[in-house]
Design a protein around this ligand. Structure first.
Ligand SMILES: NC(=O)c1ccc[n+]([C@@H]2O[C@H](COP(=O)([O-])OP(=O)(O)OC[C@H]3O[C@@H](n4cnc5c(N)ncnc54)[C@H](OP(=O)(O)O)[C@@H]3O)[C@@H](O)[C@H]2O)c1
Length: 347
């Protein structure tokens, strides 16, 4: 090796490693939304926590935008928001982040929740309201078409037919590409899908919240509807970082799952997760995310990440697989009902 080659060898190696990393990351597996629908990354970026949804301060915007860019650079194209996340702040943030790179991103927007002073005060799913909401969302995002548009809940105030019919009209107008739904029942899902093909169901799903396995998941599978599974860490319970009792000001104190004996019981279950993760040489969060992504080819893990430092760990979770024994341990420890108490996901 010449003197010059010797001098540059370490840099060549670094360059090779970097290239290799990017290659691996760009290959995040894709899933299809709906039958013959678009391909999106199996790991989605939840942007909710980049805004102040329940009051409180707004996280560092530069870091949030850098996280979105880091995700897009890594092959995560699915960005999830809601028009009520920070009263439009979240959409404006995403708009800034994708300004020069609209084609890299698949934008999923929820609507319908009405907030006042950081508190949910109701729903508005009237067709006239939806036709109003969409224009504000498009302007804030700075785009012409929303890739996936969905009511955040369906209550009984407006028939499902009218809600889905209105979004179908928005598709004809070119303002929406695909229809999704969120947190609904199996019957509502069937009804919605009979009005217009539903591409995705966004739903809370984790080792700690498995009730949807009884009816909703089989229904979605039968109808060919993809699952966008959020709250994979169950409000942080499954990260292995939680300790009882929670700090006095922690918002999770409102949920019975994180109170008194319930929390102590639940953290005992998490010890099993921690041990399994440690044996595998990964983190409990990675196991929690990987368990969700392993639940089917139609399943996306939608994970909140507000800082770039989260990306490598969560992306690596996409490569984790379990032995039959490990899967049995997880499924029996976290059988339906094993986690005591509830969160805002009441089913
Ligand atoms: N349809 C609905 O009703 C609904 C409801 C809630 C949320 N969502 C959507 O789903 C997304 C995810 O939901 P979520 O935020 O409730 O649950 P989540 O993804 O489980 O996130 C919960 C927390 O986990 C943290 N986290 C992420 N990676 C981690 C890691 N490797 N180690 C330790 N902690 C980690 C995040 O922190 P940082 O933020 O600090 O990175 C976040 O605060 C939201 O962003 C939103 O887009 C939908």
């Amino acid at each position: 090796m010449s003197r010059r080659d010797k001098l540059f060898e370490p840099y060549r190696q670094v360059k090779y490693i970097l290239k290799f990393d990017i290659y691996i990351m760009k290959n995040i597996i894709k899933i299809q939304l709906g039958q013959n629908g678009p391909l999106v990354s199996k790991l989605g970026l939840g942007c909710m926590r980049m805004s102040s949804v329940w009051g409180g301060s707004i996280p560092d915007e530069r870091e949030s935008i850098a996280t979105i860019h880091g995700a897009l650079d890594s092959g995560i194209n699915f960005l999830n928001t809601g028009d009520f996340y920070g009263a439009g702040h979240n959409e404006m943030l995403i708009g800034k982040a994708i300004k020069e790179r609209r084609d890299d991103a698949f934008i999923s927007v929820k609507f319908g929740a009405i907030f006042h002073n950081g508190r949910p005060v109701g729903m508005d799913l009237r067709p006239i309201a939806i036709k109003n909401f969409i224009n504000y969302s498009l302007t804030r995002l700075g785009i012409e078409t929303i890739d996936l548009y969905q009511p955040c809940r369906i209550d009984n105030s407006v028939p499902v037919e009218e809600i889905i019919g209105t979004i179908a009209d928005l598709i004809k107008e070119g303002k929406v590409r695909h229809i999704g739904v969120s947190e609904i029942t199996a019957d509502q899902l069937r009804k919605a899908n009979s009005i217009h093909p539903i591409s995705a169901l966004e739903i809370g799903y984790s080792l700690a919240d498995r009730q949807i396995e009884n009816e909703l998941l089989p229904t979605a599978k039968e109808l060919g509807i993809a699952i966008v599974a959020f709250a994979n860490t169950a409000e942080g319970l499954l990260t292995g970082e939680m300790k009882a009792p929670l700090a006095e000001k922690d918002y999770r104190n409102h949920f019975s799952r994180f109170q008194g004996e319930n929390l102590i019981n639940n953290l005992e279950k998490v010890e099993v997760l921690k041990q399994l993760a440690s044996n595998k040489g990964c983190t409990p969060t990675q196991v929690a995310i990987a368990w969700v992504k392993e639940q089917g080819a139609h399943m996306m893990s939608l994970v909140s990440m507000s800082r770039r430092s989260r990306l490598p760990e969560n992306i690596a979770a996409m490569d984790i697989v379990f032995t039959t024994e490990e899967m049995n341990t997880l499924n029996t420890t976290f059988t339906i009902g094993a986690i005591a108490g509830g969160t805002y996901l009441q089913r």
